[in-house]
Ligand binder design. Sequence first.
Ligand code: NG6
Ligand code: CA
Length: 504
Amino acid sequence: MLRRIAFICLSLLSTVFSLHAQKQQTPNVVIIYADDIGYGDFSCYYPQNKVKTPNVDKLAKESLRFTRAYCTGATCTPSRFSLLTGQYPWRQTGVSVLAGDATALIRSDRPTLASVFNAAGYQTGVVGKWHLGLGDDRGPDWNGQIQQCPNDVGFTYSYIMAATGDRVPTVYVENGRVVNLDPKDPIQVSYKEKIGNEPTGRDNPELLKMKHSHGHDFTIVNGVGRIGYMTGGQSARWIDEDMADVFTQKAVQFIQNNQTKPFLLYFATHDVHVPRVPHPRFAGKSGMGPRGDALLEFDWSVGEILQALEKNGLSKNTLVILSSDNGPVIDDGYQDQAVALLGDHKAAGPLRGGKYSIFEAGTRVPFMVKYPRKVKPGVSNALFSQVDLVASLAALIGQPSPAQARDSQNHLPALLGKDKKGRSEVLIHTQSGNSLAIVEETWKYIAPSKGPKMSAATNTELGNNPQPQLYNLKTDVYETQNVAEKYPEIRERLEKRLAELRGN
Ligand code: NG6
Ligand code: CA
C-alpha cells in the first residue's frame, strides 16, 4: 500500500515537474511594432541623437540589436500585411495604404502569424493599429458585429483602431465591435462624399487645434482634420491625447490575463504617426515638438509592457521584438512644427530617404530581440526581413510554417544570434513608383521606376529613377554613387535575380 502511495506521489510530482518544464519551454512572444519610427530615432542606433528613451535603451542593452533588418514596404499596410501573412505585399493586388473603411485584405481562410500560434494553444492578442481592412465585401458594419476582423484570422483578442490616427472612423474596435457606441447615434463613414453636417478642415479651418499642411482636411474630430468623412458615434470617439494610455493599458491587461498561459501579443502603437497629439504629460517635454514628444510617449509604452512582463514573472521566458513598420517622415501632413523643431535630430540616422522611399531609410528599421533564456545581447549584422517572422516564430514554438506564407523563411537561428548571416537577399518595395529593390550583404539594386524622384509634400527623396541603380552598401550606405554602369555584371545578376523572385 505504502509503495503504491509513494508511486502515485512520485508520478504526480513528475507530471507537475514536466508541466512546469513545459510551461518554461513554451515562450511567450511580444512584438512591439512602432509606426513611422526611423532607423536613427533611438540613440542606441544613432548616438548623436539625443531624445531620451531610457526604456528602449535598456531594452536595447538586453537585446540582440539588428543593424540590417527590413520591413517589406515603405508604408504601413504593406509591411503589416507581410508581418502577419509571410507574403510580400506586391503579390496581392490592393495591398497599399488603405482607407479607414476598406474591406479586409486578409480573409478568414488564410493562415497568419496569429493562427499559427493559436493552433499551438496560444492566446493571441492584437492591440493598436490594424490598417489591414475590416469587413467582407460589403465593407465594415460599424454599428454591428464587424466581419473579417482580427478575431477571424487567428487572434483570440483584439482592441484596435481600424486604420490610422488620421483616418476616420476615429473609434476603437474591440473583438469586432465599436467600443462605447450608442446605438441611437450610429456611425456613418465615407471616403467619397461628405456625410452629415459636421465641420471639415477645408470649410472651417478656424475650428482646428492643429492645422493640416497637406491633405487631412475632411471631418474635424477633437480639433484635428482627418482623412475621410464621418458622422455619428459621438460617445465612441477616441481622444487622441489618451490613445497611448488606452492601448498600453489594454496590452498590459492582456499580459496580466494570460500570465499562466502561453501568449502572443502584437502591440502596434500609434506613436509616432500623425496626428502627433501626445498626452499632456509628454507634450513639450522633448524640446523637439510633437514628434519628439511622441517618441517619449512610445518609450513610456515600451516601459509599461516590459514592466508588466517583469511583474508577472514572465520576462525570462518571453521573446520581445521591437521594430517599426516603415521609415521616418517629419512633415506627414500636419503643421505640428516637427520640421521647425527638429534641430540636429536625424530620424533616419546615416541612411538616405525616409518613409515612402526605396532608399534605405524607407525600409531599414530598428529591430531588436530580447529573450533572456536564449539570446545573448549584442549587435547582429545579419540580413533579416520582417516577412520571415511567420516561419521563424513558427519554428520557435515547434509549429510548421503555413504553405501560403510563401516568402517567409525560417531564420530563427539569426533571431537567436546563432547565425550571423541571415537571409542571402532581401526584397523591398514602395508604392510610389511601384519600385522594387534587392539587397544583399554588399550590393543593393533598385529596378528602374517611373515614379517621382521627390515627394514635395513630405520632402522625401523617393529613390525612383528610370535608370537602374546599384549601390555598394558596405562603402556607401547613403547611396550616393550609382555604380550600375561601372559594374554591369553585378547589375545584370541582380536584375535577373529580382525578376526570378518576382515571378516566383
Ligand atoms: C498618407 C497620408 C499620411 C499618412 C499615410 C499613411 C495624406 C496627405 N497623407 O496618404 O499622413 O497617413 O498616408 O501612413 O493624406 S502609414 O504609416 O499608415 O502608411
Ligand atoms: Ca507607418
